[in-house]
Ligand binder design. Structure first.
Ligand code: SAH
Length: 373
């Protein structure tokens, strides 16, 4: 297993044509400056933010507080469309919908919207591709194409909020309640854009969507420097750590960045996050048949986590095309859960929504790319 190059981008070097700038790339204060730089009064920035975040409007002609002849050009400058729908596929009687988006440079990313009885969750991408090289993950196979801008990340979230408000999911109009950074990419390797997007989610209207931080989950392979930086932000999002095994030997293979920050270091960073924010963190564990699902590993995991404020999310492996790995047997999964519970560790097995639409983990974008290659 080759170890991926460790590239933690806090400010991405200029390598390619950047996506157009968008209001969502900036803080509320910066937005006012941007409006002024465009020769507009600063209050226009607040008006446009209200249309974008509060009304979820993508039709500038309805922005009646802005002179009609200026609407389109202001929209083009402050809220250019950054993501273009290529296709949507639905399953679970329409309550799971996967959207494939094309970005300004032709790059493809995906998001998945899931309606449950008590909530609506969108799973969004933070990067096109991923540099972390986890061998069981479809996104990891193709490597990192590029970081998404805060605007490109936020557009996926606003599109989901709009779809909910417009009643596009069965069950009628509703509100987007949860956002998980579990689509393509490693969010903490695109730190600044992800944090700007998190603020766009949590800032109250009209600066953002006004959704609480606890409804936002940032999932990471365990970039300790990123977790430490997140701890200092003073914003209590839910942290999810993709552990996948309790022993360093196997984790070096399943999550190659483990050779940079091992399990002990990752859990120490997550503990410090929990201590500072008071938020219990999640441990993600994809159960892979005969690879990491043995009862001795569950036992080791139970001992590792029993005194920690954490919750284990077991994910039946979604096999990627061409991989020899598959999901655990039902009885091994049940035994794994039983052992963890015997240590008093809270555990849930994640439902496997969206399987038949390549719902999990970069597979739709991968399938689309293969078709066009
Ligand atoms: N890079 C981040 C977030 C993206 S993936 C991270 O690794 O945490 C979200 C979760 O899905 C991670 O726990 C990831 O390991 C898991 N995952 C990836 N591919 C999977 C697959 N084929 N089956 C099940 N889970 C998978």
């Amino acid at each position: 297993m080759t170890v991926p190059e460790i590239k933690l981008v806090f400010d991405e070097p200029v390598q390619r044509k950047k996506p157009p700038k968008h209001l969502a790339d900036y803080s509320p204060e910066e937005r006012r400056e941007v409006a002024k730089a465009l020769g507009l009064p600063a209050f226009r920035a607040t008006q446009v933010a209200t249309h974008y975040f509060s009304h979820l409007s993508d039709d500038p002609q309805s922005w009646s507080d802005i002179p009609a002849e200026m609407r389109q050009s202001i929209a083009d400058q402050l809220t250019p469309r950054l993501i273009h729908l290529v296709k949507s596929v639905s399953c679970d009687a329409g309550t799971t919908r996967k959207d494939l988006w094309k970005l300004h440079d032709g790059v493809l990313v995906e998001s998945v919207l899931m309606r449950y009885t008590d909530r609506v969750t969108v799973c969004i991408s933070s990067q096109a591709g991923c540099g972390m090289n986890c061998p069981f993950c479809a996104t990891g196979q193709a490597g990192l194409t590029r970081n998404l801008s805060a605007g490109e990340i936020t557009e996926q979230i606003v599109a989901a909020a709009r779809a909910c408000a417009n009643g596009e999911l069965p069950g009628g109009p509703t509100r987007l309640s949860n956002i998980v950074f579990m689509g393509m990419g490693e969010p903490l390797a695109n730190y600044n854009a992800v944090m700007r997007s998190v603020r766009n989610i949590t800032d109250p209207n009209p600066d953002g969507l006004g959704i609480s931080a606890r409804s936002v989950t940032v999932s990471t392979v365990g970039l300790v420097n990123g977790i430490e930086k997140l701890t200092e932000e003073g914003i209590a999002v839910t942290l999810a750590v993709s552990l996948h095994t309790p022993d360093d030997e196997l984790r070096d293979t399943l999550v190659p960045i483990n050779s940079r920050w091992n399990i002990k270091e990752v859990l120490a960073a997550a503990d410090a996050y929990e201590k500072r924010t008071g938020r219990r963190y999640s441990i993600e564990y994809a159960l892979i048949r005969d690879i990491n699902d043995q009862s001795w590993r569950s036992d080791l995991l139970g001992r590792l986590l029993k005194n920690r404020n954490t919750h284990v999310n077991l994910i039946p492996l979604n096999p990627t095309p061409g991989s020899k790995w598959t999901a655990s047997r039902r009885e091994d999964e049940a035994e794994f859960v039983r052992i963890l519970e015997s240590y008093g560790v809270p555990v849930t097995v994640r439902d496997t929504r969206g399987r038949e639409i390549d719902g999990a983990c970069g597979q739709l974008a991968a399938a689309e790319k293969t078709k066009s290659d």
